[in-house]
Design a protein around this ligand. Structure first.
Ligand code: ADP
Ligand code: MG
Ligand code: ZN
Length: 470
C-alpha cells in the first residue's frame, strides 16, 4: 500500500525587540549566564509582569504578513508545568484567545498551508548539561516568542521545507526576527502522521520537538515517516507521543507520552490586563509591511524582465534584494545588475549565512555607477568586469579604478601608434604574413587590444597594420 505523509508545524520565533516581554532586560543573544535577568524574568515571588507593547506590535505584523485576522481582544494565560528552565513553574502564553488567527502561507505549487493561530508567549531558560551536571541559564527566560501553528495541511517533506523557508524569509523581510535556527531564534516542532493514499481520515500523530535546522528536520521527518509506515505494515499502531530527534544516530526516540491541554491547567494570568488592539493601530501597522518576497519575485519577473530563476536568487535574501533595487535604479536594463550580483558578486560569498549578511565592500551606488558607464558606452564589458573584481577585492570606488583616459574608444592617432609598435615588436609575425600566412595578423591585432586594455577598435587596427606592412 502507498502511504501519504500528513504534517502540521508549530514554529517558535524569537522576536527581535530590544527588551523582554514582561521586563526591561535585554534580549541580546549570549552573554555570561544569568546576567540578562531581573526578579521579574526569573519569577521571584512578589514581582509583577508588565506586557511590552512592542511585542504585540511585532506579533501583529507577523500576523498581517501571513494573512491572519488580528484579534481586537486577547489575553495572556498561564500554562502550568514544572521544569527547571522555568522557575515560576508556569509559562505565560496565550491559550484560547490568541492574538492572530486564520492565516496562510502559499507554496510554489499553489497549495495554501493554513495557519491556525499565532500567539505570543515568553521563552524559557536554557539547561546546560555538562560532565554529569546540569546548569541553568535564565538569560533567554522572558525573551518574547511567537508560536505559529499550522493546520495539518502539509503533505510532503518538500512542502514542510518550503513552508519553513518561506516563513523564515517573511519574518526576516518584516524584521521581526533574524530566524537563525542554529542560534535557536527559530525552532520547529513537527507533527507527523501517515495514512493510506486516498484516505480522508488522519492517522495518529507523533510530535518531534525542537528541530533547529532544516536539514535535520527533513531527516527526522524521513525517519519518522518510515518508522510509522513500518509499524503499521507490521500490524502495529502508532502511539501518540512526543519524540526527540538524535542527529548523531538519525533516529527519533520517545520523550514523553502526549500531554493534552488539561495537563497544563491553563487559566488566565491574573497579573496581566486584557490586550486590546484598535482598528487604527492595525491600519498603522499594515502600512509598515514592506513588499514581501512573493510580490517582489512577481514584480522582478513581470516588470523588470528578470528570468524567474535569477529573480528567485535575488529575493531569497532581503539585503540582496535591496542592493539589487538600488544598483539597478535608473540603469538601462535591470538584468545587468542582476547578472553582476548573481555571477561575480555571489562568487565571492562563501555560504548562505554570508549571503544573508551580504557584507560586501562594494556599495549599491558604486555598482550603479559602473553600470551607468557601461550603459553610456564609456567602458566595455571586459573592463567593467575586471573593475568590479578589483572593487570587491579592495573596496575602492569606480572613480579610483577607472580614470578618464580609460573611458571611450582609442582615437585614430593612438591606435596607429600602437599598431606601429605591434609591427616593430613582432618581426616573425610580419614575415609570416608576408609569406602568405593571413592569420599572423591576429597576433599583432592582439597586441594592440591588450595594450589598449580592450579599447582599440580591432577592425581599424587590422587595417592600419596591413597598411604599415605593405
Ligand atoms: P495540541 O493542542 O494537542 O498541540 P493541535 O490541534 O493544536 O494539538 O495541533 C498541534 C499541531 O499538530 C498542529 O500543527 C496540527 O496541524 C498538527 N496535527 C494535528 N493533527 C495531526 C495529524 N493527525 N497529523 C499530523 N499533524 C497533526
Ligand atoms: Mg501543541
Ligand atoms: Zn528581566
Amino acid at each position: 500500500m502507498k502511504y501519504e505523509l500528513v504534517s502540521g508545524l508549530e514554529t517558535h520565533v524569537e522576536l527581535s525587540t530590544n527588551t523582554k516581554i514582561f521586563c526591561s532586560c535585554t534580549t541580546a543573544f549570549g552573554g555570561e549566564p544569568n546576567t540578562h535577568c531581573c526578579p521579574v524574568c526569573i519569577g521571584l515571588p512578589g514581582t509583577l509582569p508588565k506586557l511590552n507593547r512592542e511585542v504585540v506590535k511585532y506579533a501583529i505584523r507577523a500576523g498581517l504578513a501571513t494573512n491572519c485576522e488580528i484579534s481586537r481582544i486577547s489575553k495572556m494565560d498561564r500554562k502550568n508545568y514544572c521544569y527547571p528552565d522555568l522557575p515560576k513553574a508556569y509559562q505565560i502564553s496565550q491559550y484560547d484567545m490568541p492574538l492572530c488567527k486564520n492565516g496562510y502561507i502559499e507554496l510554489s505549487n499553489g497549495r495554501k498551508i493554513r495557519i491556525n493561530r499565532i500567539h505570543i508567549e515568553e521563552d524559557a531558560g536554557k539547561l546546560i548539561h555538562q560532565r554529569g551536571d546540569t546548569y541553568v541559564d535564565y538569560n533567554r527566560g522572558g525573551v518574547p516568542l511567537i508560536e505559529i501553528v499550522t493546520e495539518p495541511d502539509i503533505r510532503s517533506i518538500d512542502e514542510a521545507k518550503e513552508y519553513v523557508e518561506k516563513l523564515q524569509l517573511i519574518m526576516r523581510y518584516i524584521g521581526v526576527s533574524d530566524c537563525k535556527m542554529q542560534e535557536g531564534s527559530m525552532r520547529c516542532d513537527v507533527n507527523i502522521s501517515v495514512r493510506p493514499k486516498g484516505s480522508s481520515e488522519f492517522g495518529t500523530r507523533t510530535e518531534i520537538k525542537n528541530m533547529n535546522s532544516i536539514t535535520f528536520m527533513t531527516k527526522a521527518m524521513e525517519y519518522e515517516f518510515d518508522r510509522q509506515v513500518d509499524l503499521i505494515e507490521s500490524g502495529g499502531e502508532v502511539v501518540q507521543e512526543t519524540l526527540r530527534y538524535d542527529d548523531v544516530t538519525n533516529t527519533t526516540s520517545s520523550m514523553r507520552g502526549k500531554e493534552d491541554a488539561n495537563d497544563y491547567r491553563y487559566f488566565r494570568d491574573p497579573d496581566l490586563v486584557t490586550i486590546s488592539v484598535t482598528d487604527s493601530e492595525v491600519e498603522e501597522l499594515e502600512k509598515t509591511i514592506p513588499e514581501l518576497p512573493d510580490e517582489k519575485l512577481e514584480r522582478y519577473v513581470e516588470e523588470l524582465g528578470i528570468p524567474e530563476n535569477d529573480a528567485a536568487l535575488l529575493v531569497k535574501y532581503r539585503k540582496v534584494a535591496e542592493f539589487f533595487e538600488k544598483a539597478s535604479e535608473g540603469t538601462a536594463n535591470p538584468r545587468t545588475a542582476a547578472n553582476f550580483i548573481i555571477g561575480q558578486i555571489f562568487r565571492t560569498i562563501e555560504n548562505e549565512s554570508a549571503k544573508e549578511e551580504f557584507n560586501i565592500s562594494v556599495s549599491a551606488e558604486d555598482l550603479r555607477e559602473l553600470i551607468l558607464m557601461l550603459d553610456s558606452k564609456k567602458i566595455r564589458m571586459n573592463l567593467a568586469k575586471s573593475t568590479l573584481d578589483k572593487m570587491l577585492e579592495t573596496g575602492k570606488k569606480v572613480s579610483e579604478l577607472i580614470s578618464e583616459k580609460d573611458m571611450g574608444g582609442l582615437d585614430e592617432a593612438a591606435t596607429r601608434k600602437l599598431c606601429q609598435e605591434a609591427v616593430e615588436k613582432n618581426p616573425n609575425a610580419v614575415a609570416d604574413y608576408k609569406n602568405g600566412k593571413e592569420k599572423a595578423i591576429k597576433a599583432m591585432v592582439g597586441y594592440v587590444m591588450k595594450n589598449s586594455r580592450g579599447k582599440a577598435d580591432a577592425v581599424a587596427a587590422e587595417n592600419i597594420i596591413k597598411e604599415i606592412i605593405k
